[in-house]
Write a protein that binds this ligand. Structure first.
Ligand SMILES: Nc1ncnc2c1ncn2[C@@H]1O[C@H](COP(=O)(O)OP(=O)(O)OP(=O)(O)O)[C@@H](O)[C@H]1O
Ligand SMILES: [Mg+2]
Length: 240
């Protein structure tokens, strides 16, 4: 399968802080690729560089054959690259259904296509269907994360950027969320770039992975090989 996203030699600074350093990686169509790294490694910065929310100092980012390094975030979304931000930001005053509608607001492919995606989202995330008229602010943390994923899917993305979807969830819900991500990838064919501190779960569902440490990619490989790597085990998987 072809390459969908390529990040090449990207640098981002916050003032004098060099947050990501010559970062290069790629994601092929249909893959789940994970980027693992500790607090402050530069994961969210990398995501924001891709989605156009942050200006990159140098390097290039191409998606689906187009250079996207210098175009506006909403245009990047309309190319089929949707981001599910860190901290599951949902519109708490709106219902589940209204939040999902917000995800589809910029689409121009008509009511029927949007209805098909409501059906798809409710099929992948049945909990949202049960709670479609509940206000999003009263959902549990895990349900809000499901809603954030559902809302991103309503943009009809070809590729989804997920920033720490497991953050703050109980072990059981973490399992459920990772299952959902696998389903989104396998059942609806959405390519996934998953940024996670939960290296164990992320490597478990990913095809390939990259390890980010203080702004540098220090390792890459098949997810199964990374999970077996002694250095990764020690630093990220809690092995002695
Ligand atoms: N707006 C900002 N201004 C200054 N420094 C920032 C800003 N945002 C992030 N940083 C710094 O850049 C580095 C990378 O931050 P980033 O948020 O990308 O890390 P992260 O890998 O997502 O961490 P976490 O797992 O905690 O979310 C950190 O040292 C952080 O303090
Ligand atoms: Mg982050």
């Amino acid at each position: 399968m072809g390459e969908l996203l390529r990040v090449e030699g990207v640098n981002v600074y916050y003032g004098s802080i060099h947050a990501i350093k010559d970062v290069s990686f790629h994601v092929d169509e249909g893959e789940i690729v994970t980027m693992i790294g500790a607090n402050g490694a530069g994961k969210t910065t990398t995501m924001h560089a891709i989605s156009g929310l942050l200006k990159i100092a140098s390097g290039t980012i191409s998606y689906d054959g187009k250079m996207i390094s210098r175009i506006e975030p909403h245009k990047i979304v309309s190319l089929g690259l949707a981001q599910c931000p860190e901290g599951r930001r949902v519109f708490s005053g709106l219902t589940v259904h209204e939040n999902l509608e917000m995800g589809a607001y910029s689409r121009k492919d008509g009511k029927d296509a949007i209805q098909d995606d409501f059906d798809l989202v409710f099929d992948l995330l049945p909990r949202l269907k049960e709670r479609r008229n509940q206000s999003a602010g009263t959902l549990s943390g895990g349900e809000q994360q499901m809603l954030a994923i559902g809302r991103a899917l309503m943009c009809k993305p070809k590729m989804l950027l997920l920033d720490e979807p497991s953050m703050g969830l109980s072990p059981l819900l973490v399992k459920e969320i990772f299952h959902i991500i696998e389903d989104v990838n396998k059942k609806s064919g959405v390519t996934v770039l998953l940024v996670e501190q939960n290296a164990k779960m992320a490597l478990n569902i990913a095809d390939r992975g990259y390890v980010l440490e203080t702004g540098n990619i220090i390792m890459e490989g098949k997810a199964s090989e990374l999970a077996d790597n002694p250095e990764v085990k020690r630093a990220y998987l809690g092995a002695k």
